[in-house]
Write a protein that binds this ligand. Structure first.
Ligand code: FMN
Length: 352
């Protein structure tokens, strides 16, 4: 074990009945952290996962895909449902509706920079309206018995960073943990996440702080723990392309060496498993469409990825996709040597 790893004391994330050590969390991500993907990430070592954000209006009216977005499977627990909105009364109603599905916690999104959320005055827009943000958070915290947490950024822009001030007031309102994405709203996803900003929040409050932003490898996760003192680390984009990051990071934090990356057979097996979970959760049409965005990532480095992907993209029916993946599984069984590094499947995400 190396010296840096030795200096990571066990961090225990306590939120309500949850107690997780050196926890790695799957970030809420619209379009990705759906039930099938959350279950996969839990199996691969994520300690806690979050739903995609869900609007208070969708929840109150249970409109569109809301019911499917907040449907929870037993094997994905512990799980948080994330909600957003700017009307305190509607948010309280939405919180009660979400609580009926018995998540382990409810998270409020005050960090989303997307126009469709901010444009409606929610998400990170509320960081510019602190009194309203606090009213919404207080109303949600009072509405449910579940622990309520908040995810936010460092502020709206460089000139108006207010995460520390808000964190203190949210703590006073009974918010049980904070996730800080180390960017301002105006940075969107550009530049590097500012981990010093996360550390400032961690120093200021007593409730747990979860650090988020730019963790792309096991070593990044360790660095974020050590740099900021946070109680847990949340991973977003790197997990979309490589959910094995949880398994590797867990092993790295424990032993100093990440577990071996998956070989191609495991990648194909996971793709097949993901398809089956998606079919069960979303039905054939949506499952087949939505799996298309996963092929390139799951099969990265497969020698014939381009033509294989085009072939898969042209298939509209699940049995045909399944059959093609079964053939692929047979093919790669002959390719893999059992030594994934030798087979050349070492993913960049695992490189430290
Ligand atoms: C495709 C995508 C969708 C996202 N959707 C949400 C969301 O629904 N709720 C939320 O709080 N953050 C959302 N985020 C932000 C992530 O949760 C996370 O804060 C951000 O990606 C930074 O972490 P990372 O550097 O590990 O990706 C989203 C990010 C991406 C890339």
């Amino acid at each position: 074990m190396n010296a840096h790893l030795d200096s990571l004391d066990t961090r225990t994330l306590r939120i309500g009945a949850l107690q997780l050590e050196n926890a790695l969390l799957l970030a809420p991500m619209e379009g990705y952290s759906d039930q099938p993907f959350r279950r996969i990430c839990r199996r691969l070592g994520a300690d806690l996962v979050y739903t995609e954000f869900t609007s208070s209006e969708g929840l109150v009216r249970l409109a569109g895909r809301t019911a499917s977005k907040i449907a929870l499977a037993e094997d994905e627990r512990p799980v948080g449902i994330q909600i957003y909105g700017r009307d305190a009364g509607r948010m309280a109603l939405a919180a009660r509706r979400a609580a009926e599905n018995e998540p382990d916690l409810l998270d409020i999104n005050f960090g989303c920079p997307a126009r469709k959320v901010c444009g409606g005055g929610a998400g990170s827009q509320l960081m510019r309206e602190p009194e309203l943000l606090l009213e919404v958070a207080g109303a949600v915290a009072r509405a449910v018995e579940l622990p309520v947490t908040v995810k936010m950024r460092l502020g709206w822009d460089e000139g108006s960073r207010n995460a520390v001030e808000l964190a203190l007031r949210l703590q006073d309102l009974g918010i049980r943990a904070l996730t800080i994405h180390g960017r301002t709203r105006c940075q969107k996803f550009e530049g590097e996440a500012d981990w010093d900003g996360i550390a400032e929040v961690k120093r200021a409050v007593e409730i747990p702080v979860i650090g988020n932003g730019d963790v792309k490898s096991p070593r990044d996760a360790l660095r974020l723990f050590l740099h900021t003192g946070v109680d847990a680390v949340m991973i977003g984009r790197a997990a979309i392309h490589y959910p094995w990051i949880f398994r590797e990071t867990r092993e790295f934090l424990r032993t100093g060496t990440p577990s071996a990356p998956p070989d191609l057979a495991e990648r194909v097996a996971l793709l097949r498993g993901h398809l089956d979970l998606a079919l069960a959760h979303k039905g054939e049409h949506r499952a087949v469409l939505e799996m298309r965005k996963m092929y390139a990532a799951y099969l990265r480095d497969y020698p014939g990825i381009r033509s294989l992907r085009m072939e898969l993209m042209a298939l509209d029916e699940a049995p045909a996709v399944r059959a093609r993946l079964e053939r692929l599984q047979e093919e790669v069984a002959g390719l893999d040597t059992g030594d994934s590094a030798a087979a050349g499947w070492t993913p960049a995400a695992a490189a430290s």
